[in-house]
Design a protein around this ligand. Structure first.
Ligand SMILES: Nc1ncnc2c1ncn2[C@@H]1O[C@H](COP(=O)(O)OP(=O)(O)OP(=O)(O)O)[C@@H](O)[C@H]1O
Length: 258
């Protein structure tokens, strides 16, 4: 499998603290790779480095061979590294469908202002975007909620974040704790959905605390501890890895096993 994303020797210092320390790994095309680690291990910082929300102190990130670290986050997103589950990306007073339509504009020639004013290219695009939005909502099981105001979505509908991400036609989708706040049933539904997206050809990188979900969803796992990569492998390799077990012992996160 070809490499979609390459993280090479990436380091982030905050003053004297090294939050991410010389971490390297690759995400292959059409795989689900999870980054795990005890609290404070550097997962969020690594995520921000990959999505260009933070500039690395050293090292780099490449998408399909092209260096993306150092670019503004919206440029990295346009190039295909799309991060979801940021509350701010959702227009809470608009319908679910309109949120997904608007997200299409990230890759459109028409401006967002054009969309609101209903002018020129925007009108043509809107028909195509509407159709695409409907397909995405159907794929994610959100079709019946298309006209619902985003703020009214029942708890657990993080699927809207994914729908918005998909609308931007990502090369790699970054999921930031997609199962946070979900009960077991919601989590398992979401696991199945994300795997379905992978089967359709999407490449996915996620950070998550829910170990049973991580073990179920991941093709491969990268483990961080104190900013360093301590292991990389399949779920069963990670569960049997002594360094990983040791890192999790005594941490607030429960055991690595199921
Ligand atoms: N902006 C910042 N300024 C200073 N220190 C920071 C900053 N962001 C993170 N850190 C520190 O970097 C380290 C790694 O933090 P990070 O949030 O990346 O870990 P994490 O693995 O995501 O933790 P958690 O699982 O608790 O969310 C921590 O010691 C944290 O306090």
């Amino acid at each position: 499998m070809a490499e979609m994303l390459e993280v090479s020797g990436i380091t982030k210092r905050f003053g004297g603290l090294v939050a991410v320390n010389n971490v390297s790994f690759s995400v292959r095309e059409k795989e689900i790779l999870s980054v795990i680690g005890p609290n404070g291990a550097g997962k969020s910082t690594l995520f921000k480095l990959i999505s260009s929300f933070l500039r690395p102190t050293s090292g780099e990130v490449r998408l399909k061979g092209e260096r993306i670290s150092g670019l503004a986050p919206h440029i990295a997103a346009r190039k295909g590294v799309v991060r979801t589950f940021q509350e701010t990306t959702i227009f809470k007073n608009m319908s679910v469908r309109d949120n997904v339509i608007i997200a299409h504009h990230l890759r459109s020639k028409a401006s967002l202002v054009g969309f609101f004013l209903g002018t020129g290219t925007a009108t043509t695009d809107e028909a195509a975007f509407g159709q695409s939005a409907d397909e995405i909502l159907k794929l994610l099981g959100l079709a019946q909620l298309a006209d619902e105001t985003a703020r009214n979505l029942p708890h657990g509908h993080c699927a809207l974040g994914i729908a918005i991400g998909l609308a931007t036609d990502p090369s790699i989708l970054l999921l930031d704790e997609p199962f946070a706040g979900m009960n077991h049933e919601e989590t398992m539904r979401m696991v199945a959905m994300v795997r379905r997206l992978r089967d359709l050809g999407l490449t996915i990188l996620l950070v998550e605390h829910d170990m049973p979900a991580v073990m179920k969803i991941s093709d491969r796992i990268v483990v961080l501890n104190f900013g360093q990569k301590i292991a990389e492998g399949t779920p069963s390799e990670i569960q049997a890895n002594d360094k990983v077990i040791e890192a999790y012992l005594g941490s607030e996160d429960e055991a690595i096993g199921l």
